[in-house]
Design a protein around this ligand. Structure first.
Ligand code: FE2
Length: 372
């Protein structure tokens, strides 16, 4: 009994209700917002910039079901945003958590060794009060704790509703399934320990270089999850291979650790992916032979294998069910961040059975970039 209580107390010091938003620092927020709307089916939600009295930066907020992205650029030469952009290119700066109590989340994590990014601060307008605070995670990436239970406005104080005639149609993206970080050589355990000790997460899966290697490249990965399982953070580090690992390529171009991919969930991957393709998104392709022995490998699935083959969608099964997934090519200029589209049919895993086929596809891309 006592042990159960200690376990629950340990897990409950940071209750996270979900991912509130993900903020990208980008070179041109207006055009990034246009891309996310038109290529990925997001809708305009909120805006902050010169017209709302902010002379230093501009942010466009786009939304699709439970996924909210903020695209932010700097108006001024010398700024945290521009320093970030110059060093990393377009990339994820903030993974914001929705919490009940921002100040407590901050205190609990700082007490356990987190490095402060923003001390708790109340921001307000006529629609109420939001409390936000934040800590650093790997690289220059940060987690914000957003408390909005006393706020009724659109997004955050300082933002106005963003209406736009450009009405892109949603493509069925529902929520952020997992957020993957790439960290430096031999740093995976350090950052897994950070999520365990500072945020109270637990490790749910581990992959070593036997699981995730090809002739050329290798990586190690562990998946950390918060207590209620709503937030999952796989952490990758490079491992020794014959040639440069895809993780090293990322670290070189991003100039350090950062978010490697966001997995976005859909209930209908075939429709979502074919719509993305129609809108110009490029995906990694596996050889046609991947589908030859598919049913032998994964057993019966509901989907039409022919449609999966046409769209290059991968399938993997675990003890709980199966999942369908596909990966885009990098979505920014540098070969850094990409997206995964995932549909879960019971499976809670991450597609281990697809790693080999996938990495061979990534190596083909690396070769075309001259970075393998
Ligand atoms: Fe993933």
């Amino acid at each position: 009994m006592e042990i159960d209580k200690i376990f629950n107390d340990a897990k409950d010091f940071l209750p996270i209700l979900g991912v509130d938003y993900i903020e990208f620092y980008v070179g041109n927020a207006k055009q990034s917002a246009y891309f996310y709307k038109n290529a990925l089916g997001f809708e305009s939600e909120a805006y902050s910039g010169l017209e709302t009295g902010d002379n230093s930066k501009v942010s466009y907020v786009v939304k699709q079901d439970k996924i909210r992205f903020v695209l932010t650029s700097s108006y001024v030469e010398k700024s945290e945003i521009n320093d970030h952009y110059t060093k990393h290119g377009d990339g994820v700066k903030v993974v914001a958590f929705l919490v009940e109590d921002s100040a407590k989340s901050y205190e609990e994590t700082i007490k356990r060794g987190a490095k402060s990014y923003i001390e708790p601060i109340e921001i307000s307008d006529e629609n109420g009060i939001v409390v936000k605070s934040g800590i650093y995670t790997y690289g220059e990436t940060v987690h914000l704790f957003i408390e909005r239970k006393n706020y009724n406005g659109i997004f955050l104080p300082g933002y106005k509703e963003w209406k736009n005639n450009n009405s892109s149609k949603p493509i069925g993206l529902k929520y952020v399934d997992h957020i993957v970080g790439n960290v430096g050589w031999n740093e995976m355990n350090k950052w897994c320990n950070f999520y365990r000790d500072v945020l109270g997460f637990t490790q749910i899966v581990s992959f070593d270089d036997n699981d995730i290697s090809t002739e050329y490249t290798a990586l190690m990965s562990k998946v950390m999850s918060n207590g209620n399982g709503r937030v999952k953070f796989p952490i990758n580090e490079p491992a020794e291979g014959l040639n440069k690992s895809q993780i090293e390529e990322y670290l070189d171009f991003y100039n350090g650790p950062g978010v490697q991919h966001l997995a976005l969930a859909t209930d209908d991957i075939i429709t979502t992916v074919s719509e993305m393709k129609n809108r110009g998104i490029e995906f990694l392709y596996v050889p046609e032979t991947y589908y030859d022995d598919l049913i032998d490998r994964v057993g019966h699935i509901q989907e039409d294998v022919e449609l999966l083959r046409e769209n290059g969608i991968l399938i993997d099964r675990d003890d709980d069910g199966y999942l369908l997934q596909i990966f885009t090519k990098p979505l920014v200029d540098r070969p850094t961040i990409f997206f995964e589209i995932i549909q879960r049919r019971g499976a809670n895993s991450f597609g281990k059975g697809n790693f080999k086929a996938l990495f061979l596809a990534i190596e083909r891309e690396q070769r075309s970039r001259g970075t393998l």
